[in-house]
Design a binder for this molecule. Structure first.
Ligand SMILES: [Cu+2]
Length: 159
């Protein structure tokens, strides 16, 4: 009897864990191309939650940068500023859009210059303890985005 229960518990553990993590999917991830010598850049993506529980992105990591932070842009009296945030909500049945001018993953102190066409590995950790590693291709921002970004005050952060 004990043996059977133990087997059942082991079986449930193997079955339920991957299914749980599969509720979260990342699409359209990319890292913004920056000129050589620029120490920081942003990573953007859409995180979809097909599950029935609200989730939060709580941490991001990458071997490409010394420091990786979750950021948001806020409008401070008409000036856009970046702020570090503890988490980014991904509502049940919804999605979180990480995009220029909004939430993003900040890569600080890049270890090597970015090259267009290459990919940067990003590991995203969620509040349920699950994590996934994705490859985000390095892309040049569209001209309009670039213009918009240059008008932004990034505070003490060098961009
Ligand atoms: Cu930022």
């Amino acid at each position: 009897m004990t043996f059977r229960i133990r087997n059942l518990v082991a079986l449930l553990a193997t079955v339920s864990l991957p299914a749980f993590a599969a509720d979260l999917g990342v699409v359209d991830a990319y890292v913004r191309m920056v000129p050589t010598g620029t120490p920081t850049t942003g990573a953007f993506m859409t995180i979809k939650n097909s599950g029935s529980t609200d989730r939060k992105l709580v941490k991001a990591d990458s071997p490409a940068a010394k420091t990786v932070e979750l950021h948001n842009h806020i409008n401070d009296n008409g000036v856009m500023k970046m702020r570090q945030v503890k988490e980014i909500a991904v509502k049940a049945g919804g999605q979180a859009e990480l995009k220029p001018g909004s939430y993003h993953v900040m890569l600080i102190d890049l270890k090597a210059p970015l090259k267009e066409g290459e990919s940067v590995p990003l590991t995203l950790t969620f509040d349920d303890g699950s994590s996934q590693t994705i490859d985000a291709p390095v892309k040049k921002p569209q001209a309009m985005m670039q213009q918009m970004d240059h008008k932004m005050d990034h505070g003490k952060m060098k961009h």
